[in-house]
Design a binder for this molecule. Structure first.
Ligand code: PAF
Length: 279
């Protein structure tokens, strides 16, 4: 496994391996969710590149860019174990040099959900992901379903801009007690870690109500919200039932309906989601 820091060197490597690369873009502080992406990447290409870059342009001014957890040494061990060939760790000054002024924006899909509560977030995500695709030139890139909207936005960008690669979405990986794995979980104290279980419990409660025959979004939202509101440390940012393709709001739910949540637990904002028909 090699570590590449410079954009020029990464591009040189990518030229030599054109058509053979699977890319796993991350912001580091790797967990089993990331590992599942790397293991799948290993099956899909001769060369696996993992990028680790805490992308400043996708964080708002009052967000957690500075406190976002980082541990490159540990990440290297996880990557090596998962069979990664190259870790690409660019510097912010190399990705966004003086005078930088070009942005990629997906217009409609980013108006909802996280796009509404984090203005500018998806412009930063799509820009950095487009840059990574240009630098690494992968034939396939893998992302987790936990960031459901991010995945939908990236798929749209790839389609709209005729980017020549396959996008693969992988299932959410959960702790034994149901908490969706996230690098931000490391910032929860013990009490908050317990409170954070309200996200997966809220999803389970809505799924159970749906399985019991309830299809009114208003009624299902009441069931899901009650679980979060019972938790003192938790504050709902959004809880929405959406069409999983257009992300438009719905009044009646079916098996394919997406339930997406963003909840603040203490100072940490967590997201989770499920499809109502999911077992
Ligand atoms: O999901 C993430 O970790 C980031 O948003 C991504 C896709 C690596 C872009 O910075």
């Amino acid at each position: 496994m090699i570590i590449i820091e410079s954009v020029a060197q990464m591009q040189q490597f990518a030229r030599e391996r054109r058509g053979q690369i699977a890319l796993v873009p991350t912001m580091g502080y790797l967990h089993e969710g990331h590992a599942s992406l790397m293991v799948e990447a290993r099956k899909r290409a001769e060369t696996v590149v993992l990028s680790i870059f805490v992308n400043p342009t996708q964080f708002g001014v009052n967000e957690d860019l500075d406190s976002y957890p980082r541990d490159l040494e540990r990440d290297q061990r996880v990557a090596l174990e998962a069979g990664v060939d190259v870790i690409f760790v660019p510097k912010a000054a190399d990705m966004y040099p003086q005078g930088y002024q070009s942005w990629v924006n997906v217009e409609e899909l980013t108006r909802h959900l996280c796009g509404a509560s984090r203005p500018g977030h998806f412009r930063g995500v799509t820009t950095v992901v487009a840059k990574l695709f240009n630098i690494v030139a992968p034939k396939v890139a893998l992302f987790g379903n936990k960031d459901f909207q991010q995945l939908a936005v990236i798929r749209r960008m790839v389609r709209d801009l005729n980017m020549d690669l396959e996008i693969v979405g992988m299932p959410i990986v959960r702790e034994a007690d149901g908490l969706a794995m996230s690098s931000r979980n490391a910032r929860l104290d013990e009490g908050e870690r317990q409170s954070a279980l309200c996200l997966s419990r809220s999803l389970a409660a809505a799924r159970a109500a749906f399985a019991g025959g309830e299809t009114s979004v208003q009624a299902l939202a009441g069931v899901a919200l009650a679980v979060i509101e019972a938790e003192d440390a938790a504050q709902v940012d959004y809880l929405e039932f959406r069409d999983q393709d257009s992300l438009e709001a719905l009044e009646e739910a079916d098996e394919r309906t997406l339930l997406a949540l963003a909840v603040r637990v203490g100072s940490v904002r967590l997201i989770d989601n499920c499809l109502l028909g999911e077992r």
